[in-house]
Design a protein around this ligand. Structure first.
Ligand SMILES: NC(=O)c1ccc[n+]([C@@H]2O[C@H](COP(=O)([O-])OP(=O)(O)OC[C@H]3O[C@@H](n4cnc5c(N)ncnc54)[C@H](O)[C@@H]3O)[C@@H](O)[C@H]2O)c1
Length: 287
């Protein structure tokens, strides 16, 4: 496995919302980046996205113009996967579709050196199934950046059935090296974040559709009432409704009916563990 201190160049496959964000985060942290999409126009849009975001960081004095220029110069766009041949680490951020991701991983497996780690940014799909398209399953890991990547601190490391401990650790180290903070999830549908977030968004959409409140009041209610930065409809728009639908379809296929109250919740209430007010819920609280 190529170690952290041997990694100079990242390959990023997919120049959309997440891909160009990852390219920017890596370039701002000093890595060279080869950013690949399927059409010239999409590569250009990705590079343009990086340009606009770097300019905003400059305007806010969060990057000097030298730092922004250096970051811009570190990213090279391409439509040819073969241009990733010399990359030391590759992260994929293409459409949320198992067959297409497996095709890309099989192609990457043939393209990059055999000690290079391949990461996927999938929101819900099995890392293990994606890895099975390669001959290096122990070197495939989930590295789930959040949207918008340059601003969001969190990155979820997802450990597949065959992912080695060293590769999982490398994923944590790389994310931290580009200024992020990580947590780890097993390779179960939706991992930590989308397993919990997607039903929340789905319920917000259903509640709106059933006339519970206006769009604005659904979002305002959840923001002011539960202290989240965005309500469900706003957040769905921010993530991309297609991305949400793909994620929900995967969760539905894999997990089925998730709307019954969890047994654990019933048991805790029966035990009198009601949360903060009783001093104990899922956590313990000082009286
Ligand atoms: N949007 C979000 O909020 C979000 C958050 C976290 C993770 N993700 C995940 O990240 C991935 C990408 O999502 P996105 O929102 O950036 O999607 P997007 O639609 O904005 O971008 C996907 C890009 O991949 C390109 N692409 C498709 N096939 C390709 C191939 N074979 N080679 C290279 N590029 C290819 C498309 O042309 C497109 O530009 C998905 O797996 C998604 O689930 C998305």
């Amino acid at each position: 496995m190529r170690e952290l201190d041997e990694i100079e160049t990242w390959g990023v496959v997919g120049a959309g919302t997440i891909g160009h964000g990852i390219a920017q985060a890596a370039a701002t942290s000093g890595y060279d980046v080869v950013l690949r999409d399927v059409e010239e126009e999409l590569v250009e849009e990705g590079l343009q996205g990086i340009e606009s975001s770097l300019s905003r960081f400059e305007e806010k004095d969060e990057l000097t113009s030298e730092e922004a220029t250096a970051a811009r110069e570190r990213v090279t766009g391409t439509t040819d996967l073969a241009d990733l041949a010399d990359c030391d680490f590759v992260v994929e951020a293409i459409v949320e579709n198992m067959e297409i991701k497996q095709d890309v991983f099989a192609e990457l497996d043939e393209t990059v050196e055999e000690d290079v780690v391949l990461a996927t940014n999938t929101s819900t799909l099995s890392i293990t199934a994606i890895a099975s398209a390669t001959d290096r399953a122990e070197q495939v890991v989930g590295l789930h950046f959040m949207n918008p990547v340059p601003l969001m601190e969190g990155v979820e490391v997802v450990v597949g059935e065959r992912t080695s401990d060293a590769v999982a650790q490398l994923a944590h180290d790389l994310a931290e090296d580009v200024g992020k903070t990580t947590w780890e999830s097993d390779d179960k549908p939706g991992f930590v974040t989308n397993r919990v977030l997607m039903p929340w968004i789905a319920e917000g959409i259903r509640a709106f559709d059933e006339g519970v409140a206006t769009k604005a009041d659904m979002d305002r209610g959840m923001k002011l009432g539960t202290n989240v930065p965005m309500g469900p409809l706003e957040l769905a728009d921010h993530i991309g409704l297609d991305i949400c639908l793909d994620a929900m379809q995967t969760l539905h296929e894999e997990l089925g009916d998730r709307y019954k109250p969890p047994y654990l919740l019933k048991r805790k209430v029966e035990a009198g563990d009601l949360g903060k007010k009783s001093g104990r819920g899922f956590y313990e609280y000082e009286e």
